[in-house]
Design a binder for this molecule. Sequence first.
Ligand code: AMP
Ligand code: MG
Length: 485
Amino acid sequence: MAVAIRFENSYAEELQGLYVPWQGQEWPDPQVLLLNTALAERLGLDAQAMQGAIGARLLTGQALPDSARPLAQAYAGHQFGGFSPQLGDGRALLLGEIVDPQGRRHDLHLKGSGRTPFARGGDGRAVLGPVLREYLISEAMHALGVPTTRALAVCTTGDRVLRQNGLEPGAVLARTASSHLRVGTFQFFAARGDRDKLRLLLDYAIARHDPDLTGVSDAALRFLERVGARQARLIAQWMGLGFVHGVMNTDNMTISGETIDYGPCAFMDRYDPATVFSSIDHQGRYAYGNQPAILLWNLARLAEALLGLIDADEERAIARASDVIEATRAQYRAAWLGVFAAKLGLQEPDAALIEGMHALWVGQGVDFTSFFRALPDALQGRDTALAALFTEPGQALQDWLAAYRAVFAAQRGDVAHLHRANPQYLPRNHLVEEALSAASDTGDMAPFLTLLERVQNPFETVTGAERYALPAPQDAPQIVTFCGT
Ligand code: AMP
Ligand code: MG
């Protein structure tokens, strides 16, 4: 028996050479631990049917409807700057695509479903803590209005998996995405010099994400432009939330503009552009302040992969692609100004005010999220809470506030907008750690579920939930995150 889902399989049908057909591993006792019923309903799935034993077998890849054609995707990618021509889903499966009642297509994908031919040295497994972490942070991002893959379910497998801290509960994440096409997917065929396959892939990506570009003469260049525009908006949104992705390799950058692969990511508490959480990012390549530069670097790698399709004349192709990258740089800047203007409750970005604000924070240990929540009071003359966020609040802060009040008044700003533009509850590191250890170590899901509820409603003040809005105590150890989930 399987849950009634009618999968479509456009990826399997149209992109031969970009995958291997594959099956999930067998598990001793698959159980649904968490089901995202709101998402299930949006997808047109029967949430009730997915909760039970049959749902658990589907969501761990054990028993699939006949329409599923499970596969492991191949891709290439630059990881920390070094190119690997052969990566791929080492422990993931694409079950197929679901077309929702609105006609939108979503990949349904499992992570932690066992080894695949792309696993290299990996064990193909995922464990509960990191899987819950992806569920929590992707739900927070969605609630904050950031394009993202979404978590549909977390299942436990009934066995234990060895990780650096000993045996941990094995788990499988089921997630959806508007596709899993990455910059690295294009690099896969480009590295093999397979122009025909690259053209097929481009046509497929355009049909899926930019159907209005179908048949357009400059399609490859226009597609590059679209990816750049989507990613520029996305990274600007990350910057506005203090989000550090942590592993912006080209295989983790989507064509759709959705955030993908929540591994070592985290939200920055105290403002510092050099903030890095990942244990393996020694050079700070993917630090908070470096993310815009990495976006352009990754886009240049996509441009390189598409070069032969942009123009037969290589020099001309390079010149045209470079123009797109420069245009994306400008789009990013505009998006970044727009994000911070909205956070200040302004209709029109004021670059001097926004840059001045960033300069104010330097070396002051300011909690990024709390700063914006303290603005409504500060605008109305009560700036004690705002000043208390600075180690040395001085004249510069007063001067900036005076300028801000003037711009806000001139633009007829609305204080109510400030509350809606600036979240109060984020999955801050210390809260995440606390919730995940309770779940993994003692099976207590209560702290996780409370935190999930807060971050799914990030703008709504809840009385008694003050601790969820506070940064970690000053003396708390800096959290380190791990890729090896
Ligand atoms: P990431 O940078 O986290 O997206 O992962 C890089 C690659 O490593 C991906 O292709 C994963 O499929 C693969 N990978 C990560 N962990 C494992 C594991 N435990 N077993 C097999 N492959 C893995
Ligand atoms: Mg990845």
